[in-house]
Ligand binder design. Structure first.
Ligand SMILES: Nc1ncnc2c1ncn2[C@@H]1O[C@H](COP(=O)(O)OP(=O)(O)OP(=O)(O)O)[C@@H](O)[C@H]1O
Ligand SMILES: [Mg+2]
Length: 239
């Protein structure tokens, strides 16, 4: 099945994610697997995970993520179409009160978890938050808790914010999601990642897997937000 007729508006990720408009003038997001990965079972499983996660969230926790509009497969491979959320990614820092933005984000993440969905990679690019709301996007490295975990983020998610447990190869869980969200807020507020990415992915993985972040890493963030963030960064279920 082909996607419905769509007008392209902008490329959000080359070869992969596009902002489009349908015949009714709705802004939607069309996601595909890049040509070179199209036959990879992992890439297909990841998209299938994201589709099932969005369906589950729509049924059990509406309003915490984009809504799946349609999905299918054509001669270019699998595709999925979801609603466009006009909220900026966390990385863009479009919120005036960081503490309220983090609290709102934690509530949304708890609702995602309450529906039995683990996000897997709530990074500054995969979390939308501004003064109006918070939403998860890009659930393709996540899992549904009542299904077998087909894929996980060990080497494929955002290394700079991934929880040590994940870097050691554990499947993502609620605590690793909260760790990544806290690390993402910390990185955005500090203007630098907590984990430096020098030395290439293998070195970063090895160092990150053993990491015990000192509380002083958050000293430049005002209290009590820094204390709150640190509780998630020191959670034994994530570290
Ligand atoms: N539903 C949406 N609403 C608003 N913006 C979106 C939406 N989906 C994607 N985006 C924007 O497009 C960017 C890329 O989308 P997404 O994170 O899903 O793809 P990706 O990171 O390329 O995928 P992957 O991590 O699976 O390789 C996001 O960081 C976000 O800025
Ligand atoms: Mg992404």
């Amino acid at each position: 099945m082909h996607p419905p007729p769509l007008v392209p508006l902008a490329v959000l990720r080359p070869e992969r994610v596009a902002l489009v408009e349908d015949a009714a003038g709705r802004k939607l997001v069309l996601k595909r697997i890049p040509r070179r990965f199209r036959l990879e079972p992992h890439a297909q499983a990841a998209m299938a995970t994201e589709i099932r996660a969005l369906e589950r969230l729509e049924a059990q926790a509406p309003g915490v993520a984009a809504r799946l509009v349609a999905a299918g497969e054509d001669d270019r491979g699998p595709w999925m179409l979801s609603t466009f959320l006009p909220t900026a990614p966390l990385a863009h820092r479009r919120f005036s009160a960081p503490e309220a933005a983090f609290a709102r984000s934690l509530e949304v993440l708890a609702a995602v978890h309450g529906a039995g969905v683990i996000h897997g990679d709530p990074s500054p690019e995969n979390w939308l938050v501004d003064d109006g709301g918070a939403f998860g996007i890009d659930f393709d490295l996540g899992r549904l808790l009542d299904e077998e975990c087909i894929i996980h983020a060990a080497v494929r998610g955002t290394l700079a914010v991934a929880a040590p447990a994940l870097l050691r190869g554990a499947p993502p869980n609620a605590a690793t999601d909260r760790y990544a969200l806290a690390a993402s807020f910390a990185a955005v507020l500090l203007g630098a990642p907590l984990r430096t990415l020098t030395g290439g992915p293998i070195a970063v993985l090895a160092r990150g897997a053993e990491e015990k972040l000192p509380r002083s890493a958050l000293d430049a963030i005002a209290r009590p937000l820094a204390d709150t963030l640190y509780t998630y960064l020191a959670d034994p279920a994530a570290t």
